[in-house]
Ligand binder design. Sequence first.
Ligand SMILES: Nc1ncnc2c1ncn2[C@@H]1O[C@H](COP(=O)(O)OP(=O)(O)O)[C@@H](O)[C@H]1O
Ligand SMILES: [Mg+2]
Length: 410
Amino acid sequence: MEANMVTAIDSKSSATYVRRLEHLLDASRLLNSTLELSELTEIVLRIVQDEIPVDRCTLFVVDRKQKLLRLFIGLGGHAAVTGEPLDIEDAYADERFQQKFDEQFGYRTKDALCLPVFNCDGVIVGVLQLLNRTRPLNREDKEFLDSMCTYLGLALHNAWVHRELVESRKAEQELRQIRDRLEQAEKLSAMNELVAGIIHEMKNPLAVAIGYCSLMEEEVTAPVTERVSKVKTAVAQALKVAKNFLNFARSAGERVPTDVNSLITQTTELLTYDFRSRRVKLVCELDHLPITWVDPGSIQQVLLNLLKNAHQAAGDKAGGGTISIRSSHNSERSTIRIEISDDGPGIPAEVQSRIFEPFFTTKPSGSGTGLGLAVSKRIIEAHWGKLTFESTPGQGATFIIELPVHESTF
Ligand SMILES: Nc1ncnc2c1ncn2[C@@H]1O[C@H](COP(=O)(O)OP(=O)(O)O)[C@@H](O)[C@H]1O
Ligand SMILES: [Mg+2]
């Protein structure tokens, strides 16, 4: 009879033992299958709670740089700092216990077990905290928890290494992008100085050539007139490029208090004829704007560039399209915003990342210089503002200028 009882107890405990072993194997397999901290935590908590008779189980993860996450205090914090396990029967009688956590979560802690988790280098990477057991923990429970903590330490270590690798790759990529941008800026400024000098010298002879072409057009007869007119168009295009480029090099001049709405009105007036000739409708919604410190010439140049692009885009629409200009004031951020929208073809996704590049154009040679947006962005950024765009291909484009109102913010 007695012998039978022993066998019964043995088979029961060996069944528990086998189940736990299976659970541990499961844990090891699952923990090896993920590098995500949140997933790791979920796996551990599920397995521990299945096996160990406690009411609440929490995994605290220690920051890689040894800053303990919210762990300097409380029982878990103590285990993390000392690296020693804590087994407390009555939490409220222990001065290290922080009642405020119970108050915060509406919980009543009775007993607590805090097990530090170490990685393979013996560095503490977490604390497993078990609260309010439903029966006393036996030797097997503690062995099970020890094994879990060992697996957990390895898994957390892998997760950290993985996270660091991803972060360092991201940082490397960002650094490369900054270096590329810097290189481009350096190239541009070296090119600016060189080319601006040459172009400045070219501007006058080009203007003279246009003048002589105009004279010749009156003096000669067909077919020479036609040829002269073609020469004149070509030289005018060269002069346009030269002027654009000089604006690009100059970026922005002296800032003065300016009424930007009246700058917008003046600029649209300049384009009235062009708009009408291609049946492009213009809608203006100008809000009251505060006087803003800008270089009016440069800002007008930007408005002109954006309006010309919008005009080209909307003008291609059958029956003529519509351009809208909106201005508004953000008093909280002390900025003004100008939006220029058209209902043209929009900007194809594949060129969106390139439109601000100098000399990038999708227009036929002779009609686009690819400098309008590059010049505009440079001018707006020289005013500490932002030039951005939104476009759904097929549904038009909106270019947005944001400028700080005050000179002091420059
Ligand atoms: N409103 C717009 N709608 C569609 N595409 C635009 C618009 N504005 C600019 N783009 C695109 O950006 C390119 C660069 O513009 P920009 O720098 O002004 O040079 P350009 O007008 O001489 O081509 C244009 O060739 C065009 O592809
Ligand atoms: Mg343009």
